[in-house]
Ligand binder design. Sequence first.
Ligand code: AMP
Length: 284
Amino acid sequence: MIVALKIEKVREIVKKAKKKGKLIGFIPTMGALHEGHLSLVRRARKECDFVVVSIFVNPTQFGAGEDLHTYPRDFKKDKNLLKKEGVNLVFYPKVSTMYPKGFSTYVEEVSLSKYLCGKFRPGHFRGVCTVVAKLFNVVNPDIAYFGQKDFQQAQIIKRMVRDLNFPIKIRVLPIIREKDGLAMSSRNSYLSPYQRKVAPYLYKSLILAKELILKKRYSPSKIRKEVKKVIKENIPYAKIDYVEIVSPTTLRRIKKIDKGEILVAVAVYLGKARLIDNILVRVR
Ligand code: AMP
């Protein structure tokens, strides 16, 4: 496994692999890797001949007062995990490599980014689109892998790829959870033992939402109220950013439960940790 810090090095190595006819798979990450990230790596190993992972805590996607400086970082551990998974190339750039002095060009998706996390984290998806577009241009992959954990992010990336004609296939893979249902996240390490104990109620509230949706007897607003109740009653100090029931394609609120796919998405602050989770429900 090669670790490259520089853009030119990545370009050179990928170019060689492509010349040999290899299919390039790419997983962008911010490091502090867990089984969720590794599930993407494993799928890429299966589908591609050459797997590239980037580890970069992207400053432009963090807002003022967010956790950029405390975000967990452990490159040595990440490197060992990726080596074991048979990754071919790790791109580990410095901030000054990705954003040299005078950097002034950004990529912005302006529709899907208005909803859900976009409302609460202004500029977040602009930072995500900018860094992913840059990474796509550097790595030049055939297939890129994202997690449904960040459902909105994956939808926005798909839209960006379509709108800006990146010749890249986007795969979105299921959420990997702890045994008790908590969605794996690098930010779970912020949780105190008590917070960690009650955090799975977030997923439990989504399961309840799914059950209520499938009964087809309740309005989305009634279901949102019930979800909030479960969160408030079981996660005492949670600060709810949102509980939304939306169309998975437009991310806009739905007014009534109809046939088709429905996304329930939540974002909650539990102490320092902003946790997000979601569930897709198919109504027949
Ligand atoms: P991050 O390092 O948080 O930027 O995540 C990198 C990629 O891993 C993103 O595409 C995430 O959606 C994905 N990911 C993070 N957590 C999970 C999880 N629990 N299950 C599946 N994918 C995940």
